[in-house]
Design a protein around this ligand. Structure first.
Ligand SMILES: [Zn+2]
Length: 129
C-alpha cells in the first residue's frame, strides 16, 4: 500500500510538494483523517507527506483562521492543491481559508523550509515537474 500511495503522489509530498528525491529524511504515509478521528488505513485516506509536514500535522484535521473560524485542513484526497495554494517564488501562499490554516499549521513557510525550496528553485527542482 505504501508503494501505491507513493506512486500516486509522484514521490512528492502532497502538502508542500517537495520531491522525495530532494529530501534528506524521506516521506511518511499520512492518515489524512487520523485514526483517532476514525480515519482508516486505506488508500482513500492516505497521503504521501514529508517528515516536516507530517510531524506538524500530527493527528490534527482542522485549525482556526486568523478570524477564529474553525476550518478543515487541506485534504489531498478530496481537494486540488492549486485551488488552495499558490507559489510566489519559494513561498507557498494560501488562496482560501483551507490554505490559510494548512500553511500555518504545517509551517510551510518556516525559514528553514523556505531556504530549502529557494535552493531547489535555483536548480529547477522545485516545484517538481
Ligand atoms: Zn511536505
Amino acid at each position: 500500500m505504501r508503494r501505491q500511495v507513493a506512486e500516486r503522489a509522484g514521490y512528492c509530498c502532497e502538502y508542500c510538494r517537495l520531491a522525495e528525491a530532494d529530501m534528506f529524511l524521506g516521506c511518511h504515509i499520512d492518515h489524512v483523517i487520523s485514526e483517532k478521528h476514525g480515519g482508516l488505513t486505506q488508500p482513500d485516506n492516505l497521503a504521501y507527506a514529508c517528515v516536516f509536514c507530517n510531524l506538524h500535522k500530527g493527528s490534527d484535521i482542522a485549525s482556526l483562521t486568523g478570524a477564529g473560524e474553525l476550518v478543515a485542513l487541506y485534504n489531498p484526497r478530496r481537494q486540488r492543491w492549486q485551488e488552495h495554494f499558490r507559489l510566489q517564488g519559494a513561498l507557498i501562499l494560501p488562496t482560501t481559508t483551507v490554505g490559510e490554516v494548512t500553511v500555518r499549521l504545517l509551517q510551510f513557510n518556516h525559514p528553514d523550509r523556505l531556504l530549502e525550496r529557494e535552493a531547489l528553485l535555483v536548480v529547477n527542482r522545485y516545484p517538481p515537474a
